[in-house]
Design a protein around this ligand. Structure first.
Ligand code: F6R
Length: 584
């Protein structure tokens, strides 16, 4: 994780670096720092806390910056980047897996360390190799590293920035007033030219231009990035938090992410593979994993094709069996999640075709995949995924419909934008539940079938931003042990959208009520809304059962949001987390 930026040009670097870092705070926000090269040499400012804590009172028009998500060492000013050693200052995103042995080697040479980070060792290696040629020194230093890195490096006596990439994203660009480097396009101003570095690439930036080099330091044509004129400006648009604003954008995300998958058009190559698929494996993490579970449930039920969903971090370590004609769907908002990337690569090595269901067009996952199924949620800034979950559902349900068509089965029509709009309005009532949830000892979310998938997502959202212990449970499973934890201080949220399963879930509701739990119902079934003994209910518009998570997730997200506020938390930037999880 972590976000890095660099600027060299005609303007003062510090304000530009700070501005870029603020746009990268989704990658981590526990400490920040900048190093700027000016007439008086190199000036460094590092602070614990968010980017806003930086005064940026350092002058010069060449600099690098970093916003951190701590992996090695606490979030202190000492552990914040940039790290300086001799003539070298650098910022790093990634993990150096052999840092321990490299550090020991440096210490045996009498070199001193000032932080607990793995990154500082890179500054030592480059400083040792530096003899006036920064590019050559960075190459020599990187040759010793095992792990992942995106680097931006300065030398005190040279007006240039050298970048390097291995398994962590990095983009370089040329704008009107100079050259830029950043972990993500979002942190670059509009550039006349920009390139995504590939693994093993280096780049050299001066005030006028940038050059990309391959692993042997031969200049190469970098992979160009096109700036979209529609890039969002990041304004809150009258909302207090990005999370709530992004929920308001759910109807649009649903509408924009429905894909026309068939034997003509953009996805015809994917459709061909889909038609021959005998087995589908899905790899994803967190919320994207829950979207995948919703697809698994619907696809097995409707299309009678075996679907296997694995959390990406587990996939490759269990040495998975990948039968012939396996299609692997890798689902990720960021397209940079290290576990998902590694799992997708593993599936491909074992013979699967990989389709990335991804929200960021130029991401590493999109670039490695055989096919890209874009989710069009727009930029998501709040750490908790909301509209991207819906966009993933819309894209996956498009796959479901194409699969059904290929297998001669009729799939129900999917378009829930209008219903989602209604659900947003109806869900505001959960604000009235928040104080009771904020005071709870723990919270359970229960459901069956598709409602169980939604329950898992509701629970993840709640714990992520309210920090309350919570679990999503299959309604029938509670009585096999976990019911022992339920008492009067345990609110239970029951999600019920299937006529056929409703009474089964309501049995579980009776069981928790009998133990004193207050039960809150989220349902699309009008017949349940007046049910006796329910503390309160959100009655959503009717919806095809297979697709119901696209609606039930809305009050669940809203509940997490208002509970986080009732707990006094910032829902956009929960503690200990980052939006893009680029470490294993
Ligand atoms: C939860 C959340 C995370 C992400 C997970 C995967 O609200 O945002 O659980 O869903 O880290 O991230 P992507 O989708 O970027 O691969």
């Amino acid at each position: 994780m972590c976000g890095i930026v660099g600027y060299i040009g005609k303007k003062q670097a510090a304000p530009l670096l700070k501005e870029g870092l603020k746009k990268l705070e989704y990658r981590g926000y526990d400490s920040a720092g900048i190093a700027v090269l000016g007439d008086r040499g190199l000036a460094v400012e590092k602070r614990a806390g968010r980017v806003d804590a930086l005064s940026a009172n350092v002058y010069g028009n060449c600099g690098i910056g970093h916003t951190r998500w701590a992996t090695h060492g606490a979030p202190t000013a000492e552990n914040a980047h940039p790290h300086v050693c001799g003539a070298i200052a650098l910022v790093h995103n990634g993990i150096v897996e052999n840092a321990h042995e490299l550090r020991r080697e440096c210490m045996e040479r009498g070199e001193k360390f000032f932080s607990e980070t793995d990154s500082e060792v890179i500054a030592h290696l480059i400083a040792r190799a530096y003899r006036g040629d920064l590019l050559a020194a960075v190459k020599e230093g990187c040759a010793r590293l095992v792990g992942s890195y995106a680097l931006a490096v300065l030398a005190k006596d040279r007006r240039e920035i050298v970048c390097a990439r291995m398994k962590s994203p990095l983009i370089v660009g040329r704008g009107e007033d100079g050259c830029y480097a950043a972990s993500d396009l979002a942190a670059l101003p509009a550039c006349s030219a920009a390139c995504v570095l590939s693994d093993g690439d280096f780049a050299l930036l001066n005030g006028e231009n940038f050059t990309v080099f391959d692993a042997g330091l031969q200049p190469k044509e970098g992979e160009k990035v096109v700036f979209s004129a529609k890039e969002e400006d990041g304004a809150l648009g009258g909302y207090r938090h990005y999370m709530r604003k992004e929920m308001a954008e759910i109807p649009l995300a649903l509408e924009n992410s429905c894909l026309e998958i068939g034997n003509i058009g953009d996805f015809s190559g994917f459709y061909e593979v889909l038609c021959h698929a005998e087995y589908i494996q899905i790899v994803a993490c967190g919320t994207a994993y829950h979207a995948a579970l919703c697809f698994e449930y619907a696809a097995e039920k409707l299309c009678r094709i075996p679907v296997e969903v694995t959390t990406a971090g587990e996939y490759r370590y269990r040495d998975p069996i990948v039968p012939k004609n396996t299609l692997c769907l890798a689902v990720s908002q960021s397209g940079e999640t290290a576990d998902t990337l590694a799992a997708a690569l593993c599936a491909r090595e074992k013979g699967a075709k990989v389709a990335a269901v991804v929200n960021v067009a130029h991401s590493s996952l999109a670039r490695m995949a055989d096919f890209v199924l874009p989710t069009r949620a727009g930029a998501e800034r709040a750490v908790a995924a909301t509209k991207s979950f819906h966009a993933q559902l819309a894209a996956l349900y498009s796959v479901l419909r194409a699969l059904a068509a290929a297998r001669g089965t009729a799939a129900p029509y999917f378009s829930l934008a209008k219903e989602a709009e209604e659900a947003l309005a109806l869900s505001e009532k959960v604000q009235g539940w928040a104080a009771r949830f904020a005071a709870a000892r723990s919270v359970y979310f229960i459901g069956r079938g598709a409602d169980y998938c939604a329950a898992l997502e509701g629970s993840l959202k709640l714990k992520e931003i309210s920090y309350l212990p919570s679990e999503g449970y299959a309604a029938g499973e509670l009585k096999h042990g976990t019911l022992a934890l339920v008492d009067g201080r345990t609110p239970v949220v029951a999600i019920v959208t299937s006529e056929a399963l409703a009474e089964k879930t309501m049995n579980a509701v009776s069981e928790v009520r009998a133990r004193g739990a207050g039960v809150y119902l989220i349902t699309t079934l009008a017949s349940l809304s007046g049910r006796e003994g329910i503390a309160d209910a959100v009655l959503l518009p009717p919806c095809e059962e297979l697709y119901s998570p696209a609606l039930t997730a809305i009050p669940l997200q809203m509940l997490a949001y208002y509970t986080a506020l009732a707990c006094g938390n910032d829902p956009d930037k929960p503690r200990n987390l980052a939006k893009s999880v680029t470490v294993e």
